[in-house]
Ligand binder design. Sequence first.
Ligand code: MN
Length: 257
Amino acid sequence: MRILVTNDDGIFADGLWALVKGLKSIAQVIVVAPIKEQSAVGTAVTLSQPLRVQKVSLIVPEVETYSVEGTPSDCVILALEKLIKNKVDMVVSGINHGLNLGDDALISGTVSAALQGYLRGFPALAISAAAVDSLQLDNAAKLATLLAEKVASRVLPSDILLNINLPDLPPAKIGGAQITQLASRSHIDTVEEGNDGRRQYYWLLRQRMGKAADNQTDIWAVERGDISITPLHTSWLNRSAPAIPDNLCAHLLHELR
Ligand code: MN
């Protein structure tokens, strides 16, 4: 199996390499990631300037790695259309440093990179963790690896785009795992105005809404201390629901522990 791995926190992010370390145990991994952080750029694609690519050989020597002066979506398009000679089987994006829940999924570079893979016919996973210490990143990587195996062994369908989020809990304290839907509007956006001595500036500020999230949404799951697994292709693209086995969550938790 061959897996394309990317992220939006940039090529030096710990989450990316924790994910690579996990997936390397079941697949040949190729990394194509932005040279610098691209969080919250959503599905942005660079059309107004050329993309510069650097082959990097020093990070994990046996993992083919490219850094791109572009967005996460640029990375996936470039990887699938040009850089990778032999076809990959899957696209995995993350592990994002921080959650991508509710309407954040629409601005997330992590989720958008997975979406680009999905739109090109590949099974795609986006994975995000509330906490980024090595214990929790390794746990998230293990979960991503388990899910990738489920896709490879056809326990999960190949026509799948999953957004996975892990709560800020040590692995043993995670209560369960839930198949969820995206929560509807989850933030209050405000704009702070100031002056830096030269010019006016504006900061966009996002504050999580206080209201309780609806049952079976991703925010509800994570707030309960559960892992959230959201099939985005049903939420976004209005396709029929994928056949996810009833016992998937129980199995994942069992294997994760
Ligand atoms: Mn990010």
